[in-house]
Design a protein around this ligand. Sequence first.
Ligand SMILES: Cc1cc2nc3c(=O)[nH]c(=O)nc-3n(C[C@H](O)[C@H](O)[C@H](O)COP(=O)(O)OP(=O)(O)OC[C@H]3O[C@@H](n4cnc5c(N)ncnc54)[C@H](O)[C@@H]3O)c2cc1C
Length: 384
Amino acid sequence: MRKSYDFIIVGAGVFGAWTTLCLRQSGFAVALLDAYGAANGRASSGGETRVARTGYGPDELYTRWAARSLVLWKEFADRRKRELFHKTGFLWLSDDSDPYTGRIFDVLTHNGIPCRELSAPEIRQTYAQFSFSDIQRGILETESGVLMAREAVQALVKEAIESGVEYRQVSALPPLADRQLKEIETTAGERLSAAVFIFTSGPWLPKLFPDLLANRLRPTRQEVFFLGVPPGDDSFRSPRMPVWLHHTHPKRPYALPDIANRGFKIAFDRHGPEFDPDDGSRVVAPGTIDELRAYLRESIPALKNAPIVETRVCQYENTSNGDFLIDRYPGFENLWLVGGGSGHGFKHGPMVGEYVRDLVLGKISAVARFSLATKEIGPMRAVF
Ligand SMILES: Cc1cc2nc3c(=O)[nH]c(=O)nc-3n(C[C@H](O)[C@H](O)[C@H](O)COP(=O)(O)OP(=O)(O)OC[C@H]3O[C@@H](n4cnc5c(N)ncnc54)[C@H](O)[C@@H]3O)c2cc1C
């Protein structure tokens, strides 16, 4: 086993896995390290499923990245002969008060992304299993859907290994150097050297680089529920149910159809309390169950008493404004930070991988909004 590489990538979540594969496909010697294993139970990429939608309000950049990424996800799934994407559609639900959903239709149409507007009566008729009393308008992204998150990341790492990447389940210590990093040390005492180091360590980035990132990248606790649907009932499966987001509801509930028989998935897309990805409790809070039951009574009466068949506690790794962080560590020439998925990063994995490859190879100039300089201390939620 070699000890020196062109690139060492620290973190085999979705960002690290795609970055590794992109660099390897360009012919580089790459090592990929992960402390707990690819898409492990603590990682942000370790969930069963993640939504791949293209609507980002007025935001053209994330819309284009999401659309291009979806093409690359599908190519990857075809290459691996795996059902890693389920085309369920994605439905934005709005009470018509918000400018964000007001812009989605125009931006999607402008970018050639198929979508349809639905009126309140159409929504009531098509999705009679729900009762969204405040909803006036929907936008259905017909080509969007659900990525099998953990399975996809593990398949990416498998492909990376097959193509010559050295994958190691080891924990990297915070690097110590000035300007030019030559090697990193693992908790096992091993030293690994490379020309370039890329830390794709997700919610662990502030623990690895506290002086720079504590408070600039804030992991928050996020709770997810899977509910058992009534026996023989297909109204909570695709094609009768798309992924939907009750966007103008104060708690921003969103739901995924029952995929792979795991149940109806539902969560609130709002930032929870701060969270430690190593030892934070992964048990859902009783208060959230009460909130969930209240929402079910209000909007999904058929599931108001549905059993909770599974729960997950994961973390968002939020930047101050929700934009990704992809930049050099200040003062270092060969140390890069890639993270800040901020609750919406998974779908963009393929584009993050290509962007990071081209950036570190000096082939493109940096997108300013991904820079460290644009990341303030303290939370905000500008990008959804
Ligand atoms: C509940 C929930 C729902 C979400 N829903 C969506 C969605 O629907 N659509 C969407 O696009 N996005 C969604 N996201 C966001 C998305 O999942 C994340 O943005 C994305 O997975 C972040 O990936 P990552 O590679 O940056 O981090 P991670 O997946 O956390 O990977 C980081 C890896 O680094 C490793 N690591 C850390 N420190 C070290 C070290 N010292 N040495 C070695 N390895 C180390 C960890 O073990 C981990 O595997 C959601 C997130 C959550 C929590």
